[in-house]
Design a binder for this molecule. Structure first.
Ligand code: GDD
Ligand code: MN
Length: 404
């Protein structure tokens, strides 16, 4: 233990939780480096192990000469995978302040004091080590493809849980500090890898968790293999869908209703003898306005309050739809020409991509939280017309799509 490491005063004792699945080769160095980083702190290391390679025995061996208490819980049956192991760790930790980190040295233990120092400032319930903020680095993720997938997954996830994840640049990181006293550990039902996401979204139900971040350099794995597989990816998608089926599903439903209404309006008007071009314009306008009202009322109800003004939202939403409509046909033609796929397939692909783009744009741009106005007592007095009061009344009756 180095005599130079001096913890700042008033740093709470900490349990470092390390989930392990066949990490035998990494245990000794991990314990040595955590011990060095936390010299002088009150701390313990708790391994939660599902290995079949003797990792637990290695932990027991290393514990004997470790500079801090080291415990290991070896699970007979692996329930809930990595996420399940972390939840058990949170339940069994000796201290409320817990830091979860990987056991493969991809998470540098040298960052532990910085996370504790950030937490000690007292304005956060969670401190995450982010690969994506200034000074952060995700080189250890490996291929450009995996980095791209990771970034895309982060964007979609943030869009789906706009309010709770707004301040998090890396809700998927596996390296984070959480104050157990501030979360409801028993409600956590993690599936696979994305445990921080689960904590931020589900355990912050009663009060939103305040999240702070420190930059981290995500290192390359030294021994053994990553357990992240395609299957993990699928589990993640299913988990996301389960956490937030409401929002995106509803958005899709409203889009579908709009399309049907558009056709219906055109049919009625042309039957009544109107020129089909004029009927088309009226149908499109009615659909655009109708969709906007429905999405305001049902999909982004909660986000509206902190977002920009009504007319700004309307203009942004309508502009996006216009640009999308103008771009989709040429892009489709380009796909048919250069990929040599059928026009039906091209249409299907372009519609699916357009749908996700539309949802992302609305979630991340149109309904993005703006800086809170000094007093949020009177929201948007300029548009508090009779129409808005009626909208609000319907609004109050409307059932809100919830998170599980
Ligand atoms: N107990 C237990 N049970 N531990 C597990 C299990 C399991 O079923 N599966 C994996 N682990 C442990 C590993 O031994 C390692 O210590 C840690 O969890 C992370 O597993 P890796 O296989 O190294 O995952 P990764 O590097 O691909 O993913 C990491 O980075 C992701 C961000 O890209 C993890 O931190 C993820 O949580 C994170 O989302
Ligand atoms: Mn890893």
């Amino acid at each position: 233990m180095s005599a130079t490491a001096q913890p700042p005063v008033a740093v709470a004792p900490v349990t470092v939780i390390v989930p392990t699945y066949n990490e035998r080769e990494n245990v000794a160095e991990l314990v040595r480096r955590i011990g060095a980083a936390l010299g002088g702190y009150r701390a313990e290391i708790l391994f939660v192990d599902d290995s079949s390679d003797g990792t637990a025995d290695e932990v027991a061996r290393v514990a004997v000469s470790a500079p801090l208490p080291v415990r290991v819980i070896h699970r007979e049956s692996n329930s809930g995978g990595l996420g399940g192991a972390v939840v058990l760790g949170l339940q069994q930790a000796a201290y409320d302040v817990c830091i979860v980190m990987d056991g493969d040295l991809q998470h540098p233990p040298e960052l532990l004091p910085a996370m504790l120092a950030r937490y000690a400032r007292g304005d956060a319930d969670v401190v995450a080590a982010s690969r994506y903020i200034g000074g952060g680095d995700s080189a250890g993720l490996g291929t450009t493809l995996r980095l791209g997938v990771s970034k895309a997954a982060t964007a979609v996830t943030k869009a789906m849980f706009l309010r709770r994840l707004w301040r998090s640049t890396d809700p998927m990181t596996g390296f984070f500090l959480v104050d157990r006293a501030r979360v409801d550990v028993d409600v956590l039902r993690p599936q696979g890898f994305k445990i921080l996401l689960e904590i931020l979204v589900r355990a912050g139900e009663r009060h939103d968790l305040r999240i702070a971040e420190v930059p981290m350099a995500f290192g390359a794995r030294q021994h053994g293999n990553s357990k992240a597989t395609l299957r993990q990816g699928a589990t993640f998608l299913a988990h996301l869908a389960r956490l937030r089926f409401g929002k995106m599903g509803l958005f899709a439903l409203i889009g579908g209703i709009g399309a049907v209404a558009n056709i219906g309006i055109m049919w009625v008007l042309t039957q009544a003898g109107m020129d089909y071009l004029i009927a088309a314009v009226i149908g499109a306008a009615a659909t655009i306005i109708g969709n906007f009202v429905l999405q305001e009322l049902f999909v982004f109800r909660a986000e509206r309050h902190d977002a920009s003004r009504l007319w700004v939202r309307f203009a942004a939403s309508v502009s996006f739809n216009g640009i999308e409509a103008a771009l989709r046909i040429p892009v489709m033609a380009w796909m048919v020409e250069s990929w040599h796929i059928s026009s039906v397939l091209a249409t299907a692909i372009s519609l699916v991509v357009a749908f996700f783009a539309r949802f992302l744009f609305h979630a991340l741009v149109v309904y993005a939280p703006r800086k809170r106005k000094t007093a949020d007592a009177v929201a948007e007095p300029a548009v508090d017309t009779a129409a808005m009061r009626v909208l609000r009344a319907i609004d109050a009756e409307a059932m809100r799509p919830g998170e599980l």
